[in-house]
Design a protein around this ligand. Structure first.
Ligand code: DX5
Ligand code: ZN
Length: 217
């Protein structure tokens, strides 16, 4: 069976210890580190920018998966690429020129991702398949961790069919727990983002709770 990747989101981690938190979750088997960038405009929350990503980079051995919940996106792509992002994901809803945004991401050498809010359909995706390395299916409305899972199984199954044999990862983002994760794995997901389920209200420097959660997921 396909090995599901786990991408802990540092939105739920200790903001005063990102380096230690990233090392701890990677030591416990995390495949990617999911970095939630929020601008207080596209979503009603503000997290951090390229400088923080650059500070985190040396503490991430694996993939740094940067989720841009910002609008506009294009002026910031270069900065996140320079900060060391391996994947840069923009929202379909962030503006009218998503094709150009994905081209700009690819031009930096980073992999290009497209995030779809729960209310956004797949119709735009079919014209972008050659520009995509990842599609992030939001299973919460973006802006906050710890929200309730919105079941997008049907969208994931249709997306999997649309992608076909292309090397495009399906990433699920929001509300992943040991109960909801299997649903998304069965629907065809490749990568599961998990914030609160992994970090559980504080640091994971103590690996015990994390280890339990990550293996369950
Ligand atoms: C929400 C973020 C998600 C969130 C996931 O806008 O994009 O990555 O941090 O957190 P949990 O797993 O707690 O829903
Ligand atoms: Zn995210």
């Amino acid at each position: 069976s396909r090995a599901i990747k786990i991408a802990p989101s540092i939105l739920a981690a200790d903001f005063a210890n990102f380096g230690a938190e990233c090392r701890a979750v990677e030591d416990q088997g995390a495949d990617w580190i999911h970095v939630d960038v929020m601008d207080g405009h596209f979503v009603t929350n503000i997290t951090f920018g390229p400088a923080t990503c650059a500070a985190i980079r040396p503490h991430v051995r694996g993939v740094m998966d940067v989720h841009l919940m910002i609008a506009p996106v294009d002026p910031y792509i270069e900065g996140f690429a320079k900060a060391g992002a391996d994947i840069i994901t923009a929202h379909m809803e962030a503006g009218p020129h998503v094709h150009r945004t994905l081209q700009a991401i690819r031009a930096t050498g980073a992999k290009a991702g497209l995030a779809l809010n729960p209310g956004t359909g797949l119709d735009g995706v079919e014209n972008l398949l050659d520009l995509l390395d990842l599609v992030c299916v939001m299973t919460v409305n973006p802006g906050f961790g710890g929200q309730a899972f919105i079941d997008m199984s049907d969208k994931v199954r249709r997306l999997r069919a649309l992608i076909g044999p292309r090397p495009i990862h399906i990433e699920i983002d929001g509300g992943m727990t040991p109960d909801t994760a299997p649903l998304m794995a069965r629907a065809g997901a490749d990568v599961l983002v998990a914030g609160s389920a992994v970090f559980k209200g504080g640091s994971v420097v103590d690996p015990t709770p994390y280890g339990t959660n990550i293996r369950a997921i």
